[in-house]
Design a protein. Sequence first.
Length: 159
Amino acid sequence: MSAVLNYENEIKTKRMEIEIERMTKKVASQDNENNEENEIKIQEMEEKIDKMVMEQAKLNEKIKTLEDAKTDLGKLVEQVKNLEEKIVGIDDKENKRFDAFYEESQTNFNNLQKTNSEYSKRIDIIEDKIISSDYYYKLRLRLYKKIDEYNKYMLGKFF
């Protein structure tokens, strides 16, 4: 079976070779007539190819520039992410510091309020004792005497 296939392939190959020879002879005769036209077309095509190559080179350069820009942008994005992480870390530290300062200030304020309240109570107690004692009356009497002396002094200056 393989021998038959090989033989058929050989026949097909020979037929193709014969057909190629016929085509070559036809093309050769036509080529002589159209040789100048073909050369002009070839030159035009070469010019177009050169232009296309130049455009392709420009496009390749633009692609390279865009790839570089993409790389730079990726690096910039990474730097921004790192910076944002650092800012968040700094904010956290500052917030913790502020929170600690606020808590300490609040504690101090509360302590001052308690102390002030205690002193107010003590002053109230002392005032109550002074008012209820004879000392208060003695102080009032001395105060009235001083006021009277002052008034006499002032009246003596003008009259």
